[in-house]
Structure formats: structure tokens, C-alpha cells
Design a protein around this ligand. Structure first.
Ligand code: COA
Length: 201
């Protein structure tokens, strides 16, 4: 392994999974989640120092385009009002980064959603999306981009649209040739217009 960062990612990922596997899960392979696996998690507006934990989560996900640590720290300074971090104690276990689209001032664009493996499948990503939407001023639409192979993300945003009883529309946005490096295409998903406070469930 010549790339020190790759090695670092593998060690961290191994530790994360060893930490989360309960004895019964190790035996059966089935997830063994506590009903209150996310009850001790706080969702709040991020500060620059939170960018470090968000960057770590992005790297560990092995799915997201992990940007530089500096990018996440800077994001937490300038786009905190449209972003959230989920923390358990002093450790970040999830985040959403978003921004108001300059050319569509009532549209919040969700850039990345990430939940640590130890907290997945318990509704945390959905709660974070709601928090970003509820906290963003004057918002009535949400947009995001998703690669066609990311079923969990498609489900997450479809579920958000259903909660708000509004349509979700997919269209082509950025193709492989534009993104390069073997990147999957990024499809655009547009949700809304929504009316704040009128969720159906
Ligand atoms: C995608 C991700 C954020 C979901 O986080 P989560 O907290 O587990 O999601 P939730 O528990 O809030 O579930 C939201 C919806 O997605 C569904 N879902 C979650 N994980 C899923 C999976 N692996 N496969 C299919 N559906 C899944 C849930 O069933 C739920 O749908 P429902 O409301 O219709 O029941 C998380 O898996 C993750 O961080 N993945 C790696 C990074 C990534 O792909 N981010 C998205 C692109 S930016």
C-alpha cells in the first residue's frame, strides 16, 4: 500500500465495523440494532470544528466524494444555516451539507448526506433532512443529485417528498464525461413546492 491515505481509510473502517458488530450479529450476520440506537444523538447547526468529523465520515463512507478537510471546515463557517451535524457525545455520526441555490432563492440544494454505519437504518438521515428544510429561511423546494446506483439515497429523498405530500421529479444533470474518473452520472431530483408545517406523517 503506497498511498498513506488509502491505508488510513482501511484501518478506520475496520475499527468502525468492529466497534458496531454485536456478538449476535457476528454469529448470524443479521443487524442487531438497539431500539434506542439513535436516541442519544443530537442534531444541530454545525460549527467550523465540526467540519473535521464530517470530513472523517465522508472518507469512511467509501461512497461519497470526500472533499478536503479544509472544504468541510469552511463549509461549516459559510453554509451552516443550511447544514446540520448529528453528534453522539462529542463524536459526529451524521451530517447534511446544503446551500441555497443562488439562481433559485427558495430552493435548498442538499449536497451530501452521510450517516455513520452505527446509526444507519433508524431514520437519522430523514430527521436531518427535515431539520435542514425546517431551518432554512424561506424555502419551498429541495433539490439534490443522486447517482443511479444509490438506492438508499433515492429512497431517502422519495420518503421526504412523501412526508411533505409533494412530487419528486428526476432528470438528467451531469453525465460521466463531465464528471470524469469513472464517476457515475449525477441525476437531478427536484422536490416541491412544499408548504412548511404541512407534513402528512
Ligand atoms: C443514505 C444514508 C444517508 C441513509 O441514512 P439512514 O439514516 O440509514 O437513512 P434513514 O434511516 O433515514 O432511511 C431513509 C429511507 O431510506 C431507506 N434506506 C436506508 N438505507 C437503505 C438501504 N441501504 N437500502 C435501501 N433503502 C434504504 C429507509 O428504508 C428509509 O426509507 P422509508 O422512509 O421509505 O422507510 C446512509 O446509508 C449513508 O450515509 N450512506 C452512505 C453515503 C451516501 O450514500 N449518502 C447519500 C448520497 S449524498
Amino acid at each position: 500500500m503506497n498511498d498513506p491515505l488509502s491505508g488510513c481509510i482501511r484501518r478506520r473502517t475496520l475499527l468502525t465495523f468492529l466497534d458496531m458488530i454485536a456478538p449476535e450479529e457476528a454469529e448470524t450476520g443479521a443487524p442487531a440494532r438497539s431500539p434506542d440506537a439513535v436516541s442519544d444523538i443530537e442534531i444541530r447547526v454545525p460549527e467550523p470544528a465540526d467540519g473535521v468529523g464530517m470530513w472523517r465520515l465522508a472518507v469512511e463512507s467509501q461512497v461519497l466524494d470526500a472533499n478536503s478537510r479544509y472544504a468541510y471546515v469552511l463549509w461549516c463557517r459559510d453554509f451552516a444555516a443550511t447544514s446540520v451535524v448529528a453528534v453522539r457525545g462529542d463524536r459526529a455520526v451524521g451530517y447534511v451539507t446544503g446551500y441555497m441555490r443562488p439562481e433559485a432563492p427558495t430552493t435548498v440544494v442538499v449536497w451530501q448526506v452521510c450517516v455513520d454505519a452505527s446509526a444507519q437504518g433508524e431514520g437519522l438521515a430523514g430527521r436531518m433532512l427535515d431539520a435542514v428544510y425546517d431551518g432554512a429561511p424561506g424555502v419551498d423546494r429541495m433539490e439534490t443529485t443522486i447517482t443511479p446506483d444509490n438506492d438508499s439515497s433515492i429512497r431517502l429523498f422519495t420518503s421526504f417528498a412523501k412526508r411533505h405530500d409533494v412530487p419528486i421529479e428526476r432528470s438528467d444533470l451531469f453525465g460521466r464525461e463531465l464528471l470524469g474518473d469513472g464517476h457515475e452520472p449525477e441525476d437531478l431530483y427536484r422536490i416541491g413546492p412544499t408548504t412548511k408545517g404541512e407534513t402528512t406523517s
